[in-house]
Write a protein that binds this ligand. Structure first.
Ligand code: SF4
Length: 357
């Protein structure tokens, strides 16, 4: 699986200071292959979504889409004041089947026609399954990534499509695991930006709000819970920042290659990394980056790194704590903070130094 498109942008949004990861997303690398080229051996762990989880997701989507998307209509229709029994559905997966390399451009052209009809006040479908949008990734709009929500539902009052995600995560008491939800919300934020970009071309940008609709599974088989509409202001803000980082990484790669084409793995040492705890579970290079950052405060965890600054060299930090003096007032303040924190935790000075070391 490559980290391109929405997946790459979501990853960048979770670690905005890691230029290497942004470059990986720009180039759409396949992580295990890139790992092999960079590190010189196969990735030793398990990679990617578990087969069982993927099967469950596919089954859930198939359930929602069968019989002219009957279950999906019943889940989202009432949320938008639409009668599920008369909703008009277009399913682009059926209209334009095929691999991503051939079908995306065709689906995008169809979706643009639907959006043009919407702007012109004509009749449009209430529900589009697997619509296609394009999210500009450069300020001039010349570069873009394809963005594909699971569906888009028409809000008949605002006359605009709202992106929708179908997830087989289980909802209990209307609650989903926060980690599962975070990625989904960021994905949806990229979709909002893509719909807004499309709407801008049609002069209806103001209709697009920072919200998306989610359809999760109930604990009873793979039937859907009623759809929920969520505001996504913070996520849209993070994705906007990710687009800026993405563009900077692309420019940096162009500068580095001005003297001659070089594969990304040859440039990796020139691209700043920002190891943080969350790299585990999201990036295949986590163990390697942690090893490289072993003298930096970042390896102590995100809370500690926030206190002293992730780039702080641990050896310098130990010297500071032992000496207890410095010409720089900010260093003294930092040592004071660390001592106060360790006292609150009940650590002696020796124990503190042992832990830092
Ligand atoms: S593991 Fe390394 S390359 Fe990946 S996001 Fe973290 S710091 Fe960046």
């Amino acid at each position: 699986m490559s980290i391109s498109g929405t997946r790459g942008l979501v990853r960048v949004s979770k670690n905005l200071s890691c230029v290497l990861q942004a470059a990986m997303a720009v180039e759409g690398v396949r992580e295990p292959e890139f790992y092999r080229r960079l590190i010189g051996r196969e990735y030793p762990g398990e990679y990617g979504e578990r087969l069982s989880a993927r099967r469950r997701g596919n089954k859930f989507e198939a359930n929602l889409h069968q019989n002219n998307a009957a279950l999906l209509r019943r889940s989202v229709g009432p949320t938008f004041g639409l009668d599920p029994e008369v909703m008009v559905v277009r399913n682009f997966a059926e209209e334009v089947p095929g691999p991503p390399t051939t079908m995306r451009a065709h689906r995008l052209a169809r979706m643009r026609r639907v959006m043009a009809d919407l702007a012109a006040g004509k009749e449009v479908p209430d529900l589009v399954i697997q619509p296609q949008f394009a999210l500009p990734t450069s300020p001039d709009g010349a570069r873009f990534e394809y963005v594909s929500p699971d569906f888009a539902v028409l809000d008949p009052k605002k006359r605009i499509y709202v992106p929708g995600e179908e997830k087989s995560f289980i909802v209990r008491d209307r609650v989903v695991e926060p980690d599962d939800l975070d990625l989904t919300r960021r994905q949806a934020a990229a979709q909002i930006l893509a719909i807004r970009a499309q709407a801008r071309q049609m002069g209806i940008e103001k209709r697009v709000e920072n919200r998306a609709v989610f359809v999760f599974a109930t604990p009873y088989g793979l039937s859907p819970a009623p759809a929920v509409v969520e505001p996504l202001h913070a996520e849209v803000h993070e994705l906007r920042r990710a687009l800026t980082v993405y563009d900077s990484a692309r420019k940096m790669l162009a500068r580095l290659r001005a003297q001659g084409a070089a594969p990304l793995e040859m440039l990796a040492d020139e691209l700043p990394r920002n190891f943080q705890e969350s790299c585990y579970g999201s990036c295949i290079l986590a163990a390697e980056c942690e090893r490289q950052a072993r003298h930096r405060a970042a390896v102590m965890g995100d809370d500690a790194a926030q206190l002293v600054g992730g780039e702080m060299d641990l050896r310098q930090l130990i010297r500071l704590v032992v000496r207890g003096t410095s010409d720089r007032p900010e260093d003294l303040e930092l040592v004071g903070e660390i001592r106060r924190a360790s006292t609150a935790l009940g650590l002696t000075e020796n124990e503190l130094l042992r832990r830092l070391a």
